[in-house]
Design a protein around this ligand. Structure first.
Ligand SMILES: [Zn+2]
Length: 161
């Protein structure tokens, strides 16, 4: 049981975000629950963004990865919205890998209502949100006043359209 679960988690580690191929669904904190019973795997996942077009691809990739694990006969992947995904769920490793890809981890929301995000290139906190609607539905465009580079950040919470 435990062995199978370890294999399932290892397998999920291999499922990358279709748009950011350096991070896995585990890195992003999308996996809320994995259960295994008599050959049946049930996975509960949190979408990083409501209605993200990549979700179908992710679901397919998760299923494919899990079917490769010995003893798995059926797989069910469910996307749930409660609890909502937030950027706090991204793992330490996920942060490193996002930066490698040139994408800032999602901004954090300050008490004064502003979003705060560090530049993935120079680490400067002197950045501005240029456009909450980035090149893909799940990302925003920001600009660093420190090194004068535009960069992308993931949206901070799944419920921002
Ligand atoms: Zn910068």
């Amino acid at each position: 049981m435990t062995l199978v679960k370890d294999s399932l988690m290892t397998s999920l580690e291999s499922v990358k975000d279709p748009e950011i191929d350096t991070v896995s669904v585990i890195d992003l904190g999308m996996v809320e629950d994995v259960s295994f019973e008599e050959g049946h795997v049930s996975v509960k996942m949190l979408p990083t963004f409501m209605g993200c077009p990549a979700l179908e691809i992710i679901q397919k990739n998760v299923e494919e990865a899990l079917y490769k694990v010995d003893g798995v006969e059926s797989v069910e992947v469910k996307f749930i919205n409660n609890p909502p995904w937030t950027s706090d769920r991204i793992t330490e490793q996920g942060h490193v890998r996002l930066r490698e890809f040139g994408i800032a981890p999602p901004p954090t929301h300050l008490e004064n209502g502003e979003w705060h995000v560090d530049c993935p290139y120079c680490g400067s906190t002197y950045t501005t949100m240029e456009n909450i609607f980035g090149p893909t539905a799940c990302r925003s465009i920001l600009y660093c006043k420190g090194c004068k580079n535009p960069f992308e950040a993931m949206k901070p919470v799944s419920t921002i359209m």
